[in-house]
Design a binder for this molecule. Structure first.
Ligand code: FAD
Ligand code: NAD
Ligand code: SF4
Ligand code: FES
Length: 804
């Protein structure tokens, strides 16, 4: 008998997961065809929030890349929408006119975002937040516009708002209810959440009904039913979703809010099934992946004719994905009637936990401030576990105490640890025992646990700890560099050292990268690690650098560039100023601006003019575009200031001359002040120096950007030689141990001040670090000069189109 034809309509999370389940059950029962309206292979929609928040990139959220379809003999049609399931002829018809026969067809068309039917909703600058296209609209808008309004203070709205804040926009969240996330939280947690998010910079307008979106072609603002208005040049609608049933309606399937299915995901028409957000089971269309994947399992077995338990509905639970805030909600979280609550509220540490009990059973939970117990509580709700008094008391304890460990121990093997991906404790234990997994990341690669929202990571770690016992090292829990590999940063660096690798492509080949070309996350990182390990022998791969680093200037939103020449210690002279002025006139540079780092920025330089501008300036590059030393800001110090006890300008210039051009994991800024008044703001730099009587204080890990952090005092020293020696050793240790794109502020927090001191206190280590630093410094050349002198490079860079 030939293979049966299986068609999936909807290349999204639920549909493709169902296909994965089918492939696990049978490899040759079906000839599979998938249609997807979007132009991408299957991706993790959940992580769009993380893309917007800058934690990951579109390129890194693919769940099944093109090769997966090929490897599994699946015919994929992207950018093609099925317009009808013709069950009489047993074919599906697409908007491209294709007619595809089927024996079985799965409809997995997901949801469509709800768009408020108000005047102006179709204006330019109004978007939903559902797919890659919407995300790109927001990313683009944030580069040009400042004021964002998010309508809807639910999960999606708040995650969008956090993303837009990260992108530098001012964000107003307009919400209908009196408190946030009223569908998932009680008023107490909703208000605590609001306070926390206000601290992060969001503004809330509660109990507001939007009446109109006004503006010419593009949105200019919102008008509310109470007559008030706000300005906005980007509006994100996040007011809920509705099942996408248009195809089902067109095809004669029974629909209510969603496509009506039975306990086996069968619709009213034989051989037509529905799964995911478009399906309605027992009156409920679900909007989170956990239930959808449960449905997918049942459907896969049904289609493969394998005996299965029916789908009986799911316990809903959610976790907000906004960094710095932990909010979790599960099941029925409102008390009243026969439901009673157990609550813990710590006003000082701002945490709140509530369990809702019916008799001795937990039926719901709300957690604010510490959500690490979340998945465990869901298990208890699903298990309808009996709650003893001991359990209630254990809830009062902070995370990580005995109650947690004992629960993992008491969990049965079939209990689910990762709800999103339906991975049981047994599957994780088996991966540890039979596939030698020792980290959360390896478990993810082997079992898919933590592959979606990542909320289960703490519980996966607990299973690891419980299974491995004393050999489990929580500190060694690694995170892969990106989706192209399971190797962590440390492992990659070790391999580069051990195997003497010198080129990005070589690393990817030798270390068995999953993708041939890598991605935008791993390529620049690998290029940096190679240079850090072997400064004299590695091959810099220019294509792996970000565009600004390739061009040695900062690209601006109109496609022109900004140019910052080096101005050591912020000190200049008439000659340099005259040359800058001449260049400004000659190349008609529209804006000259003094930067916060005490130098001069020339904005609006045309790409073709860059090499000529550099040549005429005849000054070194200020590396304002690089992951390298940026500026050394100085105060005027003892030369002129009556409070000055040290030569701050002299030291600043010396430092800048020594470390200019050094490649670092992220940008590095320094400042030197000649007395504790710290006019150069030394306390908020990656390294800050403050002159005191008879010496200098060195501060590290300061930051004045989005995550403000005051520097930690590292040492007090007497001489400038000591300053230089410690600076070299410190910077080199940062270069050798930080993750690429990790600022010193985050790195100091991660590795700890005591640890850094311990390393630098060791005279031998300090000397070795300084020596390696000198080696790295020995190969630096001025990139502007190098390009001016290299005709081929000049042509390559400045006479070809750069797109990203
Ligand atoms: C920003 C964001 C964050 C989220 N975060 C979380 C989270 O943290 N946790 C969680 O559990 N859930 C989260 N969700 C929800 C989760 O992503 C969805 O529940 C899940 O993606 C639904 O899967 P689905 O396959 O039913 O629908 P989708 O993933 O939407 O897939 C449906 C696909 O079908 C395509 N399609 C529709 N009609 C047709 C047609 N006629 N022909 C061909 N193709 C068609 C669509 O274009 C779409 O690609 C989030 C959603 C968003 C937008
Ligand atoms: N972390 C997560 O689990 C996560 C993250 C993002 C999205 N999602 C899912 O994506 C889907 C969409 O999320 P959502 O937040 O849009 O849906 P939602 O229904 O959870 O929230 C929508 C919110 O918008 C508010 N609202 C409705 N009309 C409004 C109006 N006119 N003005 C102002 N506010 C209004 C509602 O009060 C509600 O709180 C949901 O299924 C959600 O579960 C989940
Ligand atoms: S930091 Fe002290 S020495 Fe430097 S300018 Fe300010 S007051 Fe003067
Ligand atoms: S619970 Fe979401 S990835 Fe595991």
């Amino acid at each position: 008998m030939g293979k049966k034809k299986l068609v999936l309509v909807g290349n999204g999370m639920a549909g493709v997961r169902t296909i994965e389940e089918i492939i696990k059950l049978t490899k040759d029962q079906f000839e599979i065809t998938i249609f997807g309206s979007e132009p991408h292979p299957n991706y993790n929609r959940i992580l769009l929030s993380k893309v917007l928040q800058g934690d990951t990139e579109v390129a890194d959220i693919t769940l099944n890349d093109w090769s997966w379809y090929e490897d599994n003999d699946i015919q994929l049609y992207t950018d093609e929408t099925v317009v009808k399931v013709d069950s009489d002829r047993k074919v599906v018809v697409t908007d491209a006119g294709r007619i595809e026969p089927y024996d079985e067809v799965i409809v997995a068309t997901g949801s469509v975002p709800f768009i408020l039917p108000i005047p102006g909703a179709d204006k330019e600058g109004v978007t939903a937040f559902r797919d890659i296209k919407d995300t790109e609209i927001m990313l683009k808008a944030s580069k040009k516009y400042k004021k964002a309004a998010v309508i809807g203070g639910g999960l999606l709205g708040l995650e969008a708002a956090r993303g837009l804040l990260n992108l530098g926009m001012e964000v107003n969240v307009i919400h209908l209810a009196p408190y946030l996330m009223e569908r998932q939280l009680d008023p107490m947690a909703g208000k605590m959440l609001q306070t926390e998010l206000e601290k992060q910079g969001m503004t809330f307008l509660l109990e507001k009904q939007t009446k109109e979106i006004f503006g010419e072609e593009r949105v200019e603002g919102l008008r509310f039913s109470d007559g008030t208005e706000i300005e906005a040049d980007l509006v994100v609608m996040a007011v809920g979703i509705k099942p996408n049933i248009s195809l089902a309606v067109e095809s004669g399937l029974e629909v209510n809010r969603g496509i009506v299915v039975n306990d086996y995901m069968q619709t009213n028409i034989p051989h037509v099934y529905a799964v995911g957000e478009c399906a309605e089971h027992n009156g409920i269309p679900y909007g989170l992946v956990a239930p959808l994947y449960e449905q997918g399992k049942v459907l896969a077995k049904t289609i493969c004719d394998v005996k299965t338990e029916p789908y009986k509905g799911s316990v809903l639970y959610t976790q907000l994905k906004v960094s710095g805030v932990e909010v979790f909600s599960a099941g029925d979280f409102t008390e009243g009637d026969d439901k009673k609550a157990v609550k813990v509220f710590d006003e000082q540490d701002s945490y709140y936990k509530k369990l809702v009990l019916r008799g001795n059973q937990i039926v719901g939970a709300v957690l604010f401030g510490d959500s690490s117990d979340g998945n465990r509580l869901v298990s208890m709700i699903q298990k309808q576990a009996d709650i003893s008094d001991t359990m209630k008391v254990s809830l009062l304890q902070p995370t990580g105490q005995e109650a947690g460990a004992s629960l993992v121990a008491t969990m049965s093997d079939d209990e689910i640890i990762c709800g999103c991906n339906g991975v049981s404790k047994g599957a994780i234990v088996s991966a540890i025992q039979t596939q030698s997994c020792t980290s959360v990341d390896e478990i993810k690669a082997c079992t898919s646990a933590s592959r979606s929202c990542g909320g289960c990571k703490p519980l996966v770690a607990e299973v690891l700890q419980h299974t491995l016992g004393s050999s489990f090292d929580s500190k060694q829990q690694k995170e892969a560099i990106c989706g192209c590999t399971t190797l962590s940063r440390d492992e990659v660096v070790e391999e580069i050292k051990a195997k003497g690798l010198t080129h990005v492509k070589e690393v990817m080949f030798v270390l068995d990268w999953k993708t041939e070309e890598g991605c935008s996350k791993c390529r620049p990182a690998l290029n940096y690690y190679l240079g850090m390990v072997n400064p004299t022998g590695y091959e810099d791969e220019k294509e792996s650098r970000f565009v600004n680093e390739r061009m040695h200037a900062n690209i601006q939103k109109d496609g022109t560039y900004s140019v910052v020449p080096r101005m050591y210690g912020g000190v200049t002279n008439a000659n340099d100023l005259r040359r800058i002025a001449d260049v400004v006139d000659k190349y008609e540079i529209p804006l000259v601006k003094v930067t916060g780092g005490q130098r001069i920025d020339l904005f609006g330089v045309k790409k073709d003019d860059l090499p000529k501008v550099w040549e005429d300036l005849d000054m070194p590059s200020g590396f304002a575009y690089g992951k390298s030393l940026r500026t050394v800001k100085t105060c005027v110090g003892e030369q002129f200031c009556r409070f000055g006890t040290q030569d701050s300008m002299g030291l600043g210039i010396q430092l800048e001359k020594k470390y200019e051009g050094l490649q670092t994991p992220h940008k590095v800024k320094m400042a030197v002040s000649a007395c504790p008044r710290s006019c150069a703001e030394s306390g908020f730099k990656d390294i800050g120096y403050i002159g005191i009587d008879g010496g200098w204080e060195l501060y590290i890990g300061g930051n004045g950007g989005t995550h403000v952090r005051g520097g930690d005092l590292l040492y007090k020293v007497k001489t400038e030689e000591e300053v230089i020696e410690i600076t070299s050793a410190y910077l080199q240790y940062y270069r050798e141990t930080a993750n690429y794109l990790e600022r010193t502020s985050a790195w100091v927090d991660r590795v700890g001040l005591d640890h850094i001191r311990e390393v630098l206190d060791d005279k031998e280590k300090r000397k070795e670090l300084s020596a390696r630093m000198d080696k790295a410094l020995s190969v630096i050349e001025d990139p502007w000069k190098a390009i001016i002198e290299d005709k081929k490079l000049k042509k390559e860079l400045f006479e070809t189109v750069v797109t990203s």
